[in-house]
Design a protein around this ligand. Structure first.
Ligand SMILES: NC(=O)c1ccc[n+]([C@@H]2O[C@H](COP(=O)([O-])OP(=O)(O)OC[C@H]3O[C@@H](n4cnc5c(N)ncnc54)[C@H](O)[C@@H]3O)[C@@H](O)[C@H]2O)c1
Length: 314
């Protein structure tokens, strides 16, 4: 990996966010020169590495396009997004502005800059909806159940279009539910971070519905490894990045309670509309085409995550 990325100029949009900061750190470790484009509206509490350049601007605006065009990157990792499924219901136009128009803006900039390699964060959980097969392979028809998932599907159509037109070699990585150190625990999304923060504050975690809904929890370090493999490869299309395992939210919260030494019962909230019932991503294409496999077990990943949050509040 170090050989493929050494000396390469890489733009990371959303590079100040949760997955972004981890990705920038890994790209630096691999010898890449990184330009972050992020307006910092939802930056992680983990700081950007000092040597990363930052263009603090909206990905949907002209300054982002100009930054890409003048820097002439070898590759772009596009992570900037409005990531809240509930928020996408409340503000679908704002969601589409960032997630669809912001992406198209970055793709147009890549083309203008002569940068063919673009890797974009998509979402397996949000795209497949009520999947008929679990773990779900990439050829499952997409049936998003939220404006956020619909935006991710639209983005994938743009990637396919520009790739077929011979202008880009674009890859969508359909992540599972990503968790790990650096995730925001104060918002509406990210059950591991939110539950961990509540537990460390001495509060009961909250479970929506009966907690039987399942997700494919994937550790951020594994996601970053997939990002770097994607940037270094020339494969196009869509690839799932998940563990292939379903974990019920109720079980996940129980594990976190055990790790935190909390013996009370979780609080209950109604299930929001559009909530996906079951999700797990078939990762065989990632193994075949990218040589990727998850390396961090859920037990290990949760322990590392809780420990990092504990160190943060100390
Ligand atoms: N975290 C997950 O579980 C998960 C799952 C599937 C897909 N994804 C996708 O992965 C990507 C990264 O997610 P994350 O969890 O790191 O999110 P995050 O919110 O922590 O990071 C997103 C970053 O993008 C920036 N940003 C948002 N809107 C912007 C704009 N208009 N202009 C410039 N910067 C902007 C934010 O400031 C933030 O730093 C997103 O595309 C998200 O949809 C995440």
């Amino acid at each position: 990996m170090a050989t493929e990325m050494a000396g390469r100029r890489v733009v990371v949009t959303g590079g100040a966010g949760f997955i972004g900061v981890h990705s920038v750190e890994a790209l630096h470790a691999a010898g890449a020169d990184v330009l972050v484009i992020d307006d910092l509206r939802h930056a992680s509490y983990r700081p950007l590495p000092g040597k990363a350049r930052l263009e603090a601007t909206d990905v949907a605006g002209p300054a982002a396009r100009a930054a890409v065009e003048s820097w002439r990157p070898h590759a772009i990792l596009h992570l900037a997004a409005q990531g809240g499924v509930n928020r996408s219901w409340r503000e679908p136009a704002a969601d589409a502005h960032i997630n669809v128009l912001g992406t198209v803006n970055i793709l147009a900039a890549a083309i203008a800059a002569g940068c063919r390699r673009v890797v974009v964060a998509s979402s397996g959980g949000a795209l497949y909806g009520a999947a008929t097969r679990l773990p779900t392979p990439e050829d499952e028809p997409a049936q998003p159940r939220s404006p956020y998932g619909t935006a991710k599907l639209s983005i994938e159509h743009y990637l396919g279009h520009f790739t077929r037109a011979g202008m880009l070699d674009a890859l969508a990585l359909r992540y599972g539910n990503v968790y790990g150190p650096g995730q925001d625990g104060t918002g509406e999304a990210g059950v591991v971070a939110i539950s961990s923060h509540r537990l460390l504050d001495g509060k009961a975690p909250v479970v929506r519905g009966d907690g039987a809904q399942t997700r494919d929890f994937t550790y951020v370090g594994d996601i970053v490894a997939a990002n770097l493999l994607g940037l270094a490869s020339d494969i196009v299309g869509a690839v799932n990045i998940g563990t292939g395992r379903e974990t019920a939210i109720g079980d996940l919260v129980r594990r976190l309670c055990e790790l935190a030494g909390f013996h009370g019962a979780p609080e209950r909230e109604p299930l929001p509309s559009g909530e996906v019932a079951r999700s797990a991503l078939d990762n065989s294409r990632a193994a075949e085409r990218l040589g990727w496999a998850p390396a961090v077990s859920l037990a290990d990943g949760l322990a590392r995550t809780l420990e990092s949050f504990r160190a943060q509040v100390r």
